[in-house]
Design a binder for this molecule. Structure first.
Ligand code: GLU
Length: 373
């Protein structure tokens, strides 16, 4: 499984708040300088690299030095606005010593939900990479609230991986990987080396701990891993302070936890459908239709639809659930609005024109607009 890392050409490297700050309003050079040197080496070998860095809010707090500042949203947004410039200033200084030009890209969830904006983000990142610039990405914390937020940089890094079609997303953190009890040494823990799927047993390992100043924790990393595995990429959770971590991972050394599935890689449109587009409604289908979709190569027809909810229009993305199941089956673009679909649900295609008073579509979701989850 480690050959994935030996072969990978495009990488997203994510560093968390705890990893990248030194506690005095500067980037932590002891960690970031060696990482930057490894990034330089990988770039020299022709790898495509993007850095996702947290730390804006934390850096703002360190710089402002006000006691009892609190944690309200406007405060955090103000801190992020302040901290982000300081972080980028330090990154620019750091990477310029190695001859690497950097660019700041700040994203929100909303920036990738619409296909056009997703493509814009992708084109910008690709243009930077083509020109040899290292994109350094963070959430646009000072303006993003609620719904439009990624919420944490684990999800942001996974989404960036999906946008640039990265084979590997390395999540560098303050622990050396996912820790499990070591059966050989009772009372001790060891790093789980490889994971093929994110299972409930794995999620149960989350002890609810998040490193100080960070927002992630294991469950957030596992959610990110699910997204990455779904588009056909791999994720590594590894210790940021492990010496030569990137170089050694790239050499296939068994460090950190590698999470990778067996899924074939999705194309750009499928990746957007699977992850980035925002679902506007729910379509519930019967077990016959669910079985047909699972076999692949088929479209969803009105006859298999049981019900639908949400304020979606024709062309919007909807989530498809099989009746009685506890997780969604697919996502896809609906040819019908919610009210039209409600009217034709359960009816064979031949009756659609009579029901609607105009010829409708043969498919509710065409197979090319549908992605199984
Ligand atoms: N975007 C946040 C920041 O730069 C960090 C979110 C996270 O830690 O996951 O402060």
């Amino acid at each position: 499984m480690r050959t994935i890392l030996q072969r990978a050409k495009s990488w997203v490297i994510k560093v968390g708040t705890r990893t990248c700050l030194d506690g005095h309003g500067r980037l932590n050079g002891a960690i970031l300088l060696p990482l930057a040197v490894q990034i330089q080496k990988m770039r020299a070998q022709g790898k495509r690299l993007v850095l996702v860095s947290s730390g804006a809010v934390g850096m703002g707090r360190e710089l402002l030095q006000v006691e009892g500042l609190g944690d309200t949203l406007p405060t955090k947004q103000a801190l992020a606005a302040m901290g982000q410039v300081a972080i980028m200033h330090d990154y620019q200084n750091l990477f310029s010593m190695l001859g690497i030009p950097v660019a700041q890209v700040l994203l929100t969830r909303d920036d990738v939900a619409a296909r056009e904006r997703y493509l814009n983000a992708r084109n910008t990142l690709n243009a930077l990479l083509e020109h040899g610039v290292l994109p350094i990405i963070n959430e646009n914390d000072s303006v993003s609230t609620g719904e439009i937020r990624f919420g944490d940089n684990d999800q942001l890094a996974a989404m960036v991986g999906s946008i640039i079609n990265a084979e590997v997303v390395v999540n560098l953190t303050s622990v050396p990987g996912i820790l499990i009890d070591d059966p050989q040494n009772p009372g001790q823990e060891k790093v789980l080396s490889e994971v093929r799927a994110v299972t409930p047993e794995l999620a149960a390992l989350d002890k609810g701990t998040t490193s100080q100043g960070g927002t992630g924790g294991l469950s957030s990393k596992l959610r990110a891993a699910q997204m990455i595995i779904r588009y056909g990429g791999a994720m590594v959770i590894a210790g940021a302070s492990t010496p030569e971590i990137l170089t050694r991972l790239q050499a296939g050394e068994e460090l950190g936890t590698l999470l990778a599935g067996t899924e074939s890689r999705l194309n750009s449109r499928q990746r957007w459908l699977a992850e980035a587009a925002r679902s506007q409604g729910v379509v519930t289908i019967d077990s016959g239709a669910a079985q047909a979709l699972r076999q692949g190569g088929t479209s969803l027809l009105a006859v298999g639809v049981v019900s639908c909810e949400g304020d979606f229009k024709a062309g919007d993305l909807v989530t498809v659930w099989a009746q009685g199941e506890d997780k969604p089956l697919a996502r896809g673009l609906s040819n019908y609005s919610q009210s039209e679909l409600q009217a034709v649900a359960g009816h064979p295609t031949s009756q659609i024109a009579d029901i609607l008073g105009h010829p409708g579509y043969e498919e509710v979701i065409h197979q090319s607009d549908l992605i199984l989850l």
